[in-house]
Design a protein around this ligand. Structure first.
Ligand SMILES: Cc1cc2nc3c(=O)[nH]c(=O)nc-3n(C[C@H](O)[C@H](O)[C@H](O)COP(=O)(O)OP(=O)(O)OC[C@H]3O[C@@H](n4cnc5c(N)ncnc54)[C@H](O)[C@@H]3O)c2cc1C
Length: 341
């Protein structure tokens, strides 16, 4: 018997709050997380950037690995510079402070003015290359697992972190590896021939995944880093020469998309993502349908989206945002017809 249909959103024009866009730090070949003793002439530089559409997802596992690389080189108490104050820089700074280092974050912007604030954010390894071969993919999955454990442990402690039910509709533009659902992190995974959605029958999967409401989570992360003694300095790095002027013997590069120009990495392609934000409505589920997705948050319903490699304008495009809205409207079409009646 078909279960009750899920409640659907009111997507009328008067519900639209705003349209936004951000450049995901998408890197061909995947995340760069490695030690580099050449670039700063013998000082340790640890790269931690290129997380694409999955920086909120991967932050803790990557921060642990970045801190491990620092530990192999420098004793506790050493001064460390972290470049960048988005989710990657803040999480890495937090790990390093916990490991006993004296950390200063240098950044042009902090939350709420980073790309990390634009993210939804669902815990989902999408829009990021998992690695070029099996060994690299194993490393990626290891970081994913450790990130999951760290975020799951924050439920009840960090505001805006919880588990949500995801309706993942089969789509031709599926953006995440099928392995995501096979590695045992999302829980209660079920394959369903007919999801409880209005309109034509749609197959897909239902599962529980972590969700991080960035408007609550990122300020908490920033406060927690400050509470651990992390210092912050406003700084713009125009080139590598600016990085070389830093006094610290250990530098962690968490510049996100900014790492490409500053460190001359041509693999940093970037990928614009656009969202339409609607007035908040109480919907008890997340919808995933390829790059079409809906995340209900307490401040807004996030409607996505786009993944546009090489598009570097941080501005939303009217045509694309109208299409995002109309795609969602037609997805929920039968009942929306009632809304418009
Ligand atoms: C529309 C959209 C939806 C997304 N949804 C999700 C999601 O659901 N789940 C998920 O996990 N991820 C999602 N992401 C991806 C996520 O936002 C990124 O992977 C993440 O924010 C990257 O974090 P970061 O710290 O590397 O970069 P940023 O947040 O961009 O931080 C970079 C930091 O470096 C600083 N900086 C950069 N260049 C310079 C410079 N030259 N000098 C000084 N400072 C500099 C910036 O000021 C900032 O402090 C989404 C992204 C977008 C755009």
């Amino acid at each position: 018997m078909m279960p009750d249909l899920l409640p659907i959103p009111d997507l009328r024009d008067e519900q639209v709050l705003r349209r936004i866009a951000g450049i995901r730090p998408y890197r061909l070949g995947g995340i760069r997380l490695e030690a580099d003793e050449q670039t700063l002439h013998g000082r340790l530089l640890v790269h931690n950037y290129g997380h694409g559409g999955a920086g909120i997802t991967m932050a803790w596992g990557c921060a642990e690995d970045a801190a491990t690389l620092v530990r192999q080189y420098a004793m506790r108490g050493v001064e460390v510079a972290v470049l960048g104050g988005g989710v990657i820089g803040l999480t890495t700074a937090h790990e390093l402070a916990d490991a006993g280092y004296r950390v200063t974050v240098y950044a042009q912007a902090l939350p709420p003015n980073t790309t990390s604030n634009i993210a939804g954010a669902l815990f989902l390894p999408a829009g990021v290359d998992w690695g070029a071969n099996a060994a690299e993919q194993d490393v990626f999955i290891g970081r994913l697992r450790r990130s999951w454990a760290r975020v799951e442990a924050l439920i009840g402690e960090a505001p805006g972190v919880d588990l949500r039910t995801v309706y993942d509709v089969d789509a031709t533009d599926n953006h995440h590896e099928d392995r995501w659902l096979e590695i045992g992190l999302p829980t209660e995974v079920r394959r369903v021939d007919e999801l409880p959605l209005p309109g034509a029958p749609r197959s897909g999967k239902v599962y529980r995944s972590l969700f991080l409401e960035t408007p609550q989570y990122l300020p908490w992360l920033l406060e927690r880093a400050i509470a651990r003694g992390v210092r912050f300095e406003s700084k713009v790095f125009a080139s590598l020469e600016d990085v070389r002027t830093l006094r610290q013997t250990v530098v962690v590069n968490g510049l996100g998309f900014g790492a490409g120009p500053v460190f001359g990495d041509s693999a940093m392609q970037g990928a614009r993502g656009q969202l339409v934000l609607m007035k908040p409505q109480p919907l008890p589920y997340i919808l995933q349908h390829g790059w079409t997705y809906m995340f209900p948050r307490r401040d807004a319903i996030i409607l996505g989206g786009t993944f546009e490699p090489g598009v570097l304008s941080p501005l939303p495009d009217d045509v694309d945002c109208t299409r995002i809205l109309s795609t969602h409207r037609s997805f929920f079409a039968p009942s929306l017809t009632e809304h418009h009646a």
